[in-house]
Design a protein around this ligand. Sequence first.
Ligand code: MN
Length: 728
Amino acid sequence: MIRIEEIVEKVASNHPQANLDLLRRAYLFSAREHKGQKRASGESYLVHPLEVANILANMNLDEVSVATGLLHDVVEDTLVDLDTIRKYFGEEIAHLVDGLTKIAQISNISMEEQQAENVRKMLLAMVDDVRIVLIKLADRLHNMRTLQYLNPEKRKRIAEETMEIFAPIAHRLGMGKLRGELEDLAFRHLHPDAYRELTEQLEKRRQENEAFLSGVTERIEAKMNEAEVPFVRVEGRVKRLYSIWKKLKRQKIDLDQVYDLVAARVVTPNEVRHCYAALGVIHNTWRPVPGRIKDWIATPRDNLYQSLHTSVIGSDGQSFEVQIRTEEMHQIAEEGVAAHWKYKEGKRGAHDDDNAFQALRSLVEWTQEVKDSRDFLDSLKLDLYPKDLFAFTPMGKVIQLPRGATPIDFAYMIHSEVGNTCTGARINNRIIPLRSQIQNGDVVEILTSPHSHPSRDWLNFIVTSRARNRVRHWVAEQQRTESIEIGRKLFEKEAARFQLSAKKLFGDSDREMKRVAGEYGYGRVEDLLAGIGYGKLIPRNVIAKYLGPEQFEQLDKQKESRLRSGVRAVKRLIRFGDDSIVVRGVDDLMVTRARCCNPLHGEEIVGYITRGKGVAVHTKRCKNVASLMINRERIVDVEWAGRPETTAYAVKLLAVTENRTGMIAGITGAISDMKTGIRDARASVANDEKGHIEVTVEVFDVKHLDKVINSIKGVPGVLDVERMQGVV
Ligand code: MN
């Protein structure tokens, strides 16, 4: 087991001003809290935080990061809470530990493969300090190094997650060395047979490869010296297992056919011109493979990787790759964002113009146009998908949404049926209004009911075009369905007067109806009925087309005489909710009370065929009725069913009174004397110095209302009572 003092020494040599006491305290705290816990390997648990801290110290990270490495599992795996960490170690470490605990929650979720990209993005979007990611990667690296102690199922899951989530994140942060080790370890556990086979094959070629590489590196060194091109060192290496295996699989070849199994690397002093000079030397020595030269110096990769790559054909015909880069580029290629901490001290202290730091800085300016290395770190985070957020289903599926998205948007991302039947939502286990905005990392549960439908109101707050399209589609579809239904009823009602039954019209042979539809320019009979339902066509005219002029005239006359002889269309009761309004001669029509006048049982009413919302019933005195009368063909006769109402309706009354106290009490007393419910009562004094009392009462019908009004009028001091428009 590595000793804490070894780690302390490393940090001290990298960061002379570091607070070493912090490390020792973190160690003691972690040792105490993890006491008695064991890892799967049987070792004391403390080995793990120590190894993680050591990896972080090797990355040259600051003492705060290394101390956090020692404490990273304390909140998750022991009884210690975040407040205790804050109390003992301060806000900065508490913040890092908190970030790590959150990430642990994300990566614990079960994850489908295609979700990996989202999880990576989310992970990076959620942390606000890049050190959290570095500590997490160090944690993962040590877990991967000791993965063999876990059961095969866990091994596979963790290896998969490493391959899909953490190795790509390391890559994104430019940490080539860490990414390589993570990939090779994950490869070993995901494809043990392929791993073993490949290792054996490489082992057989080891001597041969080593001999070849030492020949190549010696030759390069000699040629560089000859040409007087300075270099720091020339290295030979066999490529990493996982990258070889990927190549074998991708190109469907075997190991003998991999031409760049081995590679040489030239590391030059920190001046770019030496790299290009070295490239010249290499190409003078061996013939380059055309099309294989890549200049990642002139155009660095997104993760700041820089190098010259070329492939050349060796004297024995075997080709191999040569990479050329400066010392700084090498460090950044290996350590990526972690290389930053090496230079952080310099920035604070006297070495402000430290070459390496300047190089990193100019690199950053070049690629990202940011002024400061601080911004560089920020940009790593902020660059990543600032417009998106990531939320989970309770099952752990990640849903990517634009910022401002609501649970309705979320529901439609899952499935349009989930959106269409959505009735409510829980975010992080709390019921919230559907118009609430989802935050990054929220767990969103959509509540549905099979009988529920989308609401037009949703269009006022949903943000994704997907949800918007589905809701619009549903509304249009719904209007059409209702219009067809209304059209059918109205048409059948009219047809019955001509003694045409529905069976005859729409039965086995509806050829005639198709003809009529065609004459109106409709492709289908349903479209014709929808036209009637929308009020565009008058049923009587459609009948005329159906019968032809002669027969129509004849039957029309018969109809008149039948009516005169007292045969009347049967009035049937229809029910809608607890409502009971009859549309004369038609049953099962959708009827709604108009919100503007909220008719009460017993009032004089009139029906109006709306576009797609059935028949709206207004009171005859409603101020909107006059304008509706312009479309006379859409007015239908309606009347109250003969049954007493069983549902009470809220009606708002305005009582104008003398300005004196006790008026509210008098009025509410009068109302309750009538055994009538009161929902609300409020008083104010108007400009005319009269009292205005608004009271909402629950009445069954218009007679009931009249009684209540009269009763209020009888209260001393009440000057007038009127009914207010609108629904309460
Ligand atoms: Mn851990």
